[in-house]
Design a protein around this ligand. Structure first.
Ligand code: IPM
Ligand code: MG
Length: 378
């Protein structure tokens, strides 16, 4: 393999991508649409079972709008690992075409193949969807009121080690390369959305997380660019931390309550948000919003749990994370009040009242019973 030629191609593709990004467009305004199309993607493993329950809850909350034709819920088939492996693509072309006809998406977990398992080692459907739809902001809130934790993470979602994560090179038997890409406009847009969020939600501080002392060029650019954007928001304090000490400070009881809004490159964001979600009861409880200017996708942050399906337990899987993601979707398209109601119902059903318990097994409730409980609480 002529790796210099290959590298040249990668560089060109990235320069091209960033050029496209600079053709600034505005965020879509859902108020101006005759109809909002919500695509429902079941995914793999327990995905279809839990996503169906989230869909039922959304249908319940949006009954009037659906009847009036102002909102359509559209099921998108075929985004399964079997299908993806068969056509050897992260997302099959026909599925992607269907996805692109929607405005927002609710997505169940999709299996990410890894070397050595039974599937072709295609790129993660998640990562591919984020890139294809340019969903540049991965927004992950973590709240634990009794510990004084109220964090919102803005993880850049299209660049960093993920941009070319499936296009590394083995230069020879002994030497392997992957590539890390950070761009100025890519960082500006994630920084801006984080500061805007802080401004509009009464937050006083934004924390930039990098490893710019070591990864000087790319993380250096990320940090410098965030600091430039910070100047546009003189009322908001900004500080910067390195990712290693940041992971430590999240477990420092005195320090951690001072963090409010975090902005960080893709991989650090991936890692730190799993750690953060653990304080709230684990990745099973968190929802995640992937926001772009034209599209937005909402998902659970846990995996597809294929073992539960093999053991016939998918109907007992906990749908609360994807239902919460459905709440984030509602608030994104302008139904903030209904989203709040849904969060309250989730808290009542899984914490304060807890009339039924999900155990993931026959001795617990089914996801369907849990969704019914949510709807009766609403
Ligand atoms: C996440 C997940 C994904 C990621 C995987 C499933 C590709 O860990 O959403 O955090 O690495 O981004
Ligand atoms: Mg992750």
């Amino acid at each position: 393999m002529d790796y210099l030629k290959e590298f040249e191609k990668l560089v060109e593709s990235q320069v091209e991508r960033v050029k496209e990004m600079k053709k600034e467009q505005d965020f879509i305004d859902y108020k101006n649409l005759d109809k909002i199309i919500i695509g429902i993607i079941g995914g793999d493993g327990i995905g279809p079972a839990i996503t169906l329950q989230a869909q039922r809850v959304l249908e319940f909350l949006l009954k009037d709008e659906i009847q009036l034709g102002k909102i359509e819920l559209r099921t998108i088939e075929g985004c399964t690992i079997e299908n993806r492996a068969k056509v050897n693509k992260a997302i099959p072309d026909d599925v992607l075409a269907e996805i692109k006809k929607c405005h927002v998406l609710l997505k169940g977990p999709t299996t990410t193949p890894r070397k050595g398992d039974q599937w072709a080692n295609v790129e993660s459907a998640n990562v591919s969807m984020r890139k294809e739809l340019d969903l540049f902001a991965n927004v992950r809130p973590v709240k634990v009121p009794e510990l004084g934790i109220d964090w919102t993470f803005f993880r850049e979602n299209t660049e960093d080690l993920y941009a070319l994560g499936s296009q590394g090179m083995n230069i020879n038997e002994d030497v392997a390369f992957d590539f890390k890409v950070i761009s100025t406009p890519g960082t500006q847009r994630i920084a801006r959305i984080a500061f805007e969020y802080a401004k509009n939600n009464g937050k006083k501080k934004v924390t930039v997380v990098t490893k710019a002392n070591i990864v000087k060029t790319t993380d250096g650019k990320f940090l410098d660019t965030c600091m430039e954007i910070a100047k546009e928001y003189p009322d908001i304090e900004v500080d910067d931390w390195y990712i290693d000490i940041m992971t430590a400070k999240l477990i420092d009881e005195k320090r951690r309550t001072q963090f409010q809004v975090m902005v960080l490159p893709n991989l650090y964001g991936d890692i730190l948000t799993d750690e953060a979600a653990e304080f709230q009861g684990g990745v099973g409880t968190a929802g995640s919003a992937n926001i772009g200017k034209r599209y937005a996708m909402f998902e659970a942050i846990h995996g597809s749990a294929p073992r539960m399906v093999e053991e016939g337990r998918d109907i007992y899987a906990d749908p609360s994370s994807i239902i919460r993601a459905g709440g984030m979707l509602l608030s994104h398209i302008g139904y903030q009040d209904r989203a709040e109601k849904l969060y309250t119902a989730l808290d009542i059903c899984s914490e304060t009242e807890k009339k039924i318990a999900l155990t993931g097994r026959k001795d617990g409730a089914t996801g369907e019973q849990f969704a019914d409980y949510i709807m009766s609480t609403l």
